[in-house]
Design a protein around this ligand. Structure first.
Ligand code: NDP
Length: 375
């Protein structure tokens, strides 16, 4: 912990935490699971801005992104976000703490924070350019944080924020859906049994949409239990064939990627404003491979070419991205506490079992979310 940072914390915060270190799982370089290292001496987070809060972590959710980031995925773009003027030496992100979901309790508030108080129970999806939740404490902007649903315990709450803010951003901000315009809309979710899919099914059903889902045969009852109206098994042959026999869709959320783009846009109602939103994009890969400027240009060119190609056929092609949002989590909390959305926890691990939790996520075949109990 550097002295200047600690000084700023005193200027900006409402209380004085005197700890300088905390337990955390960190990585010191990118690689496979053996780069994960437990330490009792990770730097204690510092409030650098008056709108920040320090959260004591009770539970942390893992996502496929954590496994990818462990291997270096997105490093170029995320380093630029952390250090936009590029004054730090390469590798300054280490020791890096992974973990994108947090449920916990506010321990300290910056002086401008009005919406939260110490000891408030909160949840949040932590942006990937910030230190993550596989630690005793994490610092976040207050606008990324939301009060946790009262009906969920911390383990359950940590299963929702990252997939929920991603689904919200893709379906609401990019897809144009809302609770007021979903009735009678036909939505197709490609990949319904994982983290994003299990959340999206429930949100769309709560809003009155008709939801068709693709998943493995052994997940059929599971996704139906979450509200899916129609389920298509993708393991029993080319999935586009049974899907083509169905009435066309108003929106497709693609959690699978790969060759789905080849056929999925043909399943949309043409000339009706129908959209295909994919979460599997080459955006970070392009900047990793080509550098920031060329990578962004490549992404813009790819996106524009594909959007135009499909626009002339009367359907919209879009990329969807996670976006941090406390206000979106506030709305999702209302739905959770109203019983419209449940947390779908696939497996839980103790803080000592973080490498096993990563192995579980890396194996795939998720049925909801993997959560680590921190304290
Ligand atoms: P999960 O690993 O939780 O879920 C993926 C699910 O898809 C699994 O249940 C898997 O089960 C199923 N699946 C695999 N292949 C197919 C297939 N061909 N058809 C249908 N289902 C399939 O991932 P998430 O839900 O968390 O994320 C989904 C995708 O979205 C990931 O690629 C992730 O990287 C991406 N993502 C992108 C974000 C962004 O900002 N752009 C943000 C968040 C996620 P099974 O193998 O048993 O069938």
């Amino acid at each position: 912990v550097n002295g200047r940072g600690r000084g700023q914390a005193r200027l900006f915060s409402t209380s004085r935490m005197c700890r300088t270190v905390m337990p955390a799982w960190v990585i010191d370089k990118y690689g496979s699971n053996d780069v994960l290292r437990f330490t009792k001496n990770a730097s204690f987070p510092i409030i650098d801005f008056p709108n920040e809060v320090i959260v004591k972590v009770f539970a942390a959710g893992l996502n496929p992104l954590d496994v990818s980031m462990r291997g270096g995925y997105g490093a170029a773009t995320l380093s630029m976000k952390r250090d936009p003027v590029n004054i730090k030496r390469s590798g300054s992100e280490f020791p890096l703490i992974l973990g994108r979901d947090v449920s916990g309790v506010i321990m300290e508030c910056g002086l401008d924070v009005k919406y939260f108080r110490e000891r408030d129970e909160v949840w949040a999806a932590i942006p990937p350019w910030k230190q993550g939740s596989l630690a005793e404490f994490v610092v976040l902007s207050a606008n990324e944080v939301s009060h946790k649903p009262k009906s969920l315990n911390h383990t359950q709450a940590a299963a929702i924020p990252y997939v929920a803010t991603t689904a919200w951003s893709a379906l609401v901000n990019t897809g144009g859906l809302s609770k007021d315009n979903c009735a009678n809309k036909r939505i197709l979710i490609l990949g319904g049994s994982g983290g994003v899919g299990t959340f999206a099914i429930q949100m769309l059903k709560a809003w009155g949409a008709h939801v068709t889902v693709t998943c493995s045969q052994n997940a059929e009852q599971f996704v139906k239990g979450l509200g899916a109206d129609h389920v298509v098994d993708y393991t029993s042959g080319p999935v586009e064939e049974p899907l083509s026999a169905l009435e066309k869709f108003d929106l497709i959320l693609d959690n699978v990627g790969g060759d789905t783009e080849r056929w999925a846009l043909n399943l949309l109602k043409p000339w009706s404003g129908a959209k295909y939103v994919t979460l599997v994009t080459p955006f970070l890969q392009n900047t990793d491979m080509l550098g920031i400027a060329d990578g962004m240009m490549q992404s813009a060119a790819t996106m524009a070419t594909k959007a135009l190609k499909h626009l002339i056929k009367g359907v919209h092609y879009r990329w969807g991205f996670y976006a941090p949002s406390g206000p979106a989590l506030d709305e999702i909390r209302e739905m959770v506490d109203a019983g419209q959305i449940q947390a779908v926890v696939d497996e839980t691990f103790n803080f000592s079992q973080v490498p096993q939790a990563f192995e579980k996520v890396e194996k795939g075949h998720a049925r909801g979310k993997t959560v680590v109990q921190i304290s």
